[in-house]
Design a protein around this ligand. Structure first.
Ligand SMILES: *[C@@H]1O[C@H](CO)[C@@H](O)[C@H](O)[C@H]1NC(C)=O
Ligand SMILES: *[C@@H]1O[C@H](CO)[C@@H](O)[C@H](O)[C@H]1NC(C)=O
Ligand SMILES: *[C@@H]1O[C@H](CO)[C@@H](O)[C@H](O)[C@H]1NC(C)=O
Ligand SMILES: *[C@@H]1O[C@H](CO)[C@@H](O)[C@H](O)[C@H]1NC(C)=O
Ligand SMILES: *[C@@H]1O[C@H](CO)[C@@H](O)[C@H](O)[C@H]1NC(C)=O
Length: 944
């Protein structure tokens, strides 16, 4: 994930819930030795080697011929037999040719009490490729004894990739200085692409030394994991040389790497403790990299001091590779490749992320891919920690941990988490694990946490580990330091969090007479109905960290108590009845907390009225209180009046971190109540909430303002516009007018995206029609994504039903040739975003039933899609009545969509219950609120 894009991530988040598809039951597999669930990740089922013969060293000679797009080489692999066997199995990718294979045994015999070495050529009788697998077997003439050593010699050749950055690949770029096209040859072996480059035992657990000898033109330069050891002329080839690199420490195949090209370096000098960091790029791209050495050096220094361990190699080279396509940088040991634009942009987080892998991955390596997500989680945690240490959070701007935490809260509280994408499961599991590391850092204390990691890395350096080894190291240290009682292990605590795709919610009910409280845990469910099977069986180890109003101590994060998979506990010695408490401040553990009404109200009052005290509650905690309150109300676990009371202090709040959850709230609640009259009142409230903030920020960015201010202004503006804030609409219309007046409006769109939706929503018929014509006339030569955006907003933004009717008439009834099936599909899904959209679609469907039925006769996906969009999103009794009526009227005619409408009816019933309970509460609260504002202000805000 990139922290750089300050675009409105939460808006995207906000939309996730609305296009769910049924869950496919996901396999959950427990690895024998590790707490691990990521069976969905494809690498786990990669073709495995048996462990009869294992490698002990590699020597690789490699020649790339970039002009021809080819490469060739020879690899000598020292292997040893752990079991008697007459075959050697290794990884060779289907695209890699093996041209020759020789096996030379080394047999030690004892003669006259002296060990004597004898070498013997053992004949390879047959080689075999296993069909459809990247496996290659050498069948030997006889079985070889356990303990025998052997050196294999394999010659190979293959094609350089030029369209992907996998294995060994070629990239080219235009060199401005010489006006020539130049190339680089580089590698990206992670995760299992070494087998595309040379025959090898391509599993992370086989760690061996590597010696590399690379051919290159004299005019170029080559870098690899280790420093250069010598350069010799190449026989028979004018202008080429061999570069031999020093032998590496034991390492996995995926950390091997090299690059050949015209590289130029930016001098940066040595870091403390002697590691030599150098930054390389092409000649024309050195200026943008000029402050990379400084940033890198600070990261390395910070990480060295964290681990209490020098950088494991003698040097670290970082290369900005032109036209590098892979999503992630290539983190070879001692040699990292970045995309140019990624390396040159500011900040240290991304660099820290990659450099952390030099220790966690290269030095100590997960045994198998099933252990990789814990490693990834720890590395991400360390990267964030390092970035914080260097700039005190300025770069991450609270996105860490808040953005990942909130998305976990939304995902895990759905009825079917990860219903859509299995890849997402891997990501969310890793994110959750990252937050569990953060939780342990707080609850065990930073010292214990660091001591444990230091010990862990020392024990595992140059070796491999299992996920559980990290938790065990934490357990041991926690016991030694007496921060965790002997009977409990960190493994057990972590397991209770990692093995479930759920999170808990803790409810605190205080007894104000006895100064005590009852704490209950249960699974956190936000989507209704809360009918998740087995929820009674789900229990967690939950740290209860508690802050009270009197002390407001936000430094001591030692849990007062752990909920040991107990459903309910009682805690005593709480403050007096007129003082609030906060449980789980700073989101120490990834779980929301609910309180009794009195405690919520004390919090709301304090935040609103105590000007000086408010800032003593850190912003993460302020954000948490707000975020928990409205989400619990949304889930039906708290009165909206109480939750909305928690928003009152926003009048004084100017930190974007506290505001971020508010925008999501406006979006989610706004959608939910969109079809009722309450929504108009709610929009008035939103305008009153946001206007002072927006006016204070000013409509234009100030020079040198903080990025967070720009971000906050952007969001405030988007939401004000949506809520009908006049100045915003006028501005948008003024910009739009220029487009309408331009000579050839189909040539390009001069209107910034942010202005388009307000115009389509609040603008005139003429303006909207103009937009429609632009979609219809959109020239094929222009970027189609611009057309898609225009179509989306044209359909998704309006609130007047004639606009929607019009587009449905054109696309469906008139079968205008300008709209594809994909467009129609998109139109249906956009219409679920607002009540006006799906209500209009519903009437359209009802009124044109026969025509539509014929039209989509052979397009079941479109039929299903229109039924879904036209029925599924209603939230009120009125909607329920309408949909039920249609269901009865057209019984037996729904075809493939029969189950869709039945499911829709169930959903609407559930949502109607919600609306019946909550709409009156929201309305009353907003009425009350508007009442209290003075009439002058009211006049100002009520006009639309
Ligand atoms: C690999 O095996 C060869 C032949 O037995 C031997 O000469 C060489 O020293 C071995 N290399 C390593 C790194 O052990
Ligand atoms: C990549 O290589 C293939 C085969 O060598 C060749 O056909 C293709 O044109 C190359 N593509 C580029 C972008 O150079
Ligand atoms: C590195 O950057 C930091 C922050 O921008 C600055 O304080 C420091 O002086 C720089 N160090 C060097 C050696 O340029
Ligand atoms: C909301 O706050 C007001 C005071 O500002 C209080 O009177 C009211 O009881 C609160 N409502 C709820 C439901 O907590
Ligand atoms: C859509 O078509 C219907 C029936 O043909 C017509 O009555 C209605 O006026 C049209 N609506 C718009 C906005 O064009």
């Amino acid at each position: 994930m990139s922290w750089q894009s300050t675009t409105i991530a939460i808006l995207i988040l906000a939309c996730i819930g609305y296009h769910q598809i049924n869950a496919s039951a996901l396999m959950q597999q427990r690895n024998r030795r590790s707490i691990d669930l990521n069976a969905a990740h494809m690498l786990i089922s990669d073709a495995r080697l048996d462990k009869a013969v294992i490698p002990t060293a590699y020597k690789l000679e490699f020649t790339a011929e970039p002009e021809e797009g080819k490469f060739n080489g020879v690899v000598w692999i020292n292997v040893t037999w752990l079991e008697p066997s007459d075959e050697i199995k290794l990884h060779v990718h289907q695209d890699l040719q093996v041209t020759q294979a020789v096996a030379m045994l080394s047999i030690y015999s004892v003669e006259n009490n002296e060990p004597k070495l004898k070498t013997e050529n053992v004949r390879i009788v047959r080689t075999e490729r296993i069909p459809k697998k990247p496996l290659y077997v050498l069948h030997l003439e006889k079985s070889v004894e356990k303990g025998t050593d052997c050196q294999l010699q394999l010659s190979f050749s293959g094609q350089l990739s030029n369209e992907t950055s996998e294995g060994v690949f070629r990239t080219s770029f235009a060199d401005k200085t010489s006006n020539e096209c130049k190339w680089f040859v580089a590698t990206h072996m992670r995760p299992n692409n070494a087998r595309r480059v040379f025959p090898c035992f391509d599993e992370p657990s086989f760690k061996t030394p590597f010696e590399l000898k690379l051919a290159r033109p004299k005019s170029m330069m080559a870098l690899s994991n280790m420093p250069l050891s010598k350069t010799t002329d190449m026989e028979n080839r004018e202008g080429w040389v061999w570069d031999t690199f020093q032998t590496t420490p034991p390492m996995s195949t995926f950390t091997l790497g090299f690059v050949i090209g015209e590289l130029h370096n930016i001098e940066s000098g040595a870091v403390d403790n002697g590691v030599n960091v150098k930054i390389y790029g092409r000649r024309d791209y050195l200026e943008p990299l000029k402050d990379v050495p400084n940033r890198t050096r600070r990261v390395v220094k910070e990480l060295q001091s964290y681990w209490g361990l020098d950088f494991p190699l003698k040097k670290l080279d970082i290369v900005a590779l032109p036209n590098y396509y892979a999503v992630r940088p290539a983190d070879n040991w001692g040699l990292i490749f970045f995309k140019e634009s990624e390396l040159s942009r500011t900040g240290v987080w991304q660099i820290a992320q990659e450099i952390t892998y030099q220790w966690l991955g290269a030095l100590a390596t997960p045994y198998w891919w099933s252990d990789a997500h814990i490693n990834k989680a720890l590395a991400s945690y360390m990267a964030a920690w390092t970035a914080f240490k260097i700039d005190n959070g300025a770069e991450l701007q609270g996105k860490w941990p808040m953005t990942i935490l909130y998305s976990l809260y939304y995902e895990f509280s759905k009825r079917y988490p990860h219903a859509r994408i299995t890849g997402m499961k891997y990501e969310t599991t890793a994110s959750k694990t990252e937050l569990i590391f953060r939780m342990f850092n707080y609850t065990l204390g930073e010292t214990t946490f660091r001591q444990a990691l230091r010990k862990f890395i020392r024990e595992k350096e140059y070796k491999t580990f299992f996920g559980d080894d990290i938790w065990s190291a934490l357990t041991e240290q926690a016991h030694t330091n007496r921060v965790l009682c002997r009977q409990v292990s960190v493994n057990e605590i972590a397991g209770s969090w990692i093995t479930k795709d759920r999170l808990p919610v803790v409810t605190v009910t205080r007894d104000y007479k006895k100064n005590s409280a009852v704490l209950k845990q249960r699974v956190y469910l936000r989507d209704r109905p809360h009918d998740v099977p087995d929820q009674d069986k789900m229990l967690w180890w939950i740290p209860i960290v508690l802050v009270d109003e009197e002390k407001l101590d936000f430094h001591n994060y030692t849990p007062r108590v752990w909920m040991k998979k107990e459903r309910e506990i009682e805690i005593k010695d709480l403050p007096k009845e007129n003082q609030f408490i906060i449980v789980n401040p700073e989101e120490i553990g990834p779980f929301p907390v609910n309180y009794d009404i009195q405690n919520w109200n004390m919090l709301a009052q304090y935040l609103l009225n105590n000007q000086e005290g408010r800032s003593r509650i850190p912003v993460y905690t302020r954000a948490k209180l707000l975020h928990d309150a409205w989400n619990l109300a949304y889930a039906g676990d708290l009165s909206f009046a109480t939750a909305l009371n928690m928003t009152l202090f926003l009048k004084y709040e100017r930190d974007h971190l506290a505001w971020d959850p508010v925008f999501t709230m406006i979006d989610h609640i706004g959608r939910h109540i969109d079809s009722s009259e309450v929504h108009k009142k709610f929009e008035t409230y939103v305008r009153m909430l946001l206007t002072p903030l927006y006016e204070e920020l000013g409509s234009e960015p100030k020079p040198d303002e903080d990025r967070s201010q720009t971000h906050l202004r952007g969001l405030a503006k988007v939401f004000l516009c949506r809520a009908g804030y006049k100045p915003c609409i006028e501005e948008a219309q003024a910009v739009y007018k220029k487009w309408m007046e331009s000579e050839d409006p189909d040539e390009g769109n001069p209107v910034a995206n942010q202005f388009i939706c307000p115009v389509f929503k609040w603008g005139t018929r003429e303006e909207w029609e103009f937009g429609l014509q632009r979609v219809i006339n959109f020239p094929p030569s222009r970027k189609q994504s611009e057309r898609t955006y225009l179509l989306k907003t044209l359909v998704g933004c309006p609130i007047e039903s004639w606009k929607i009717d019009r587009i449905l008439n054109i696309t469906i009834l008139e079968d205008n040739g300008n709209f594809t099936e994909t467009d129609i599909y998109l139109i249906f899904s956009m219409l679920t975003g607002g009540a006006s959209g799906y209500t209009t679609l519903f009437h359209f469907l009802k009124n044109n039933w026969e025509i539509i039925k014929v039209r989509f006769e052979n397009k079941p996906h479109l039929w299903d899609s229109i039924i879904t969009s036209a029925t599924n999103v209603f939230t009120t009794q009125e909607g329920l009545d309408m949909v039920s009526e249609l269901y009865v009227q057209r019984q037996g005619e729904f075809g493939t969509a029969e189950y869709i409408i039945e499911k829709a009816l169930r959903n609407i019933k559930e949502e109607t219950k919600w609306s019946d309970e909550n709409l009156p509460v929201i309305e009353k609260w907003v009425d009350n609120y508007l009442e209290q504002q003075n009439s002058e202000e009211k006049v100002k805000f009520l006009r639309k």
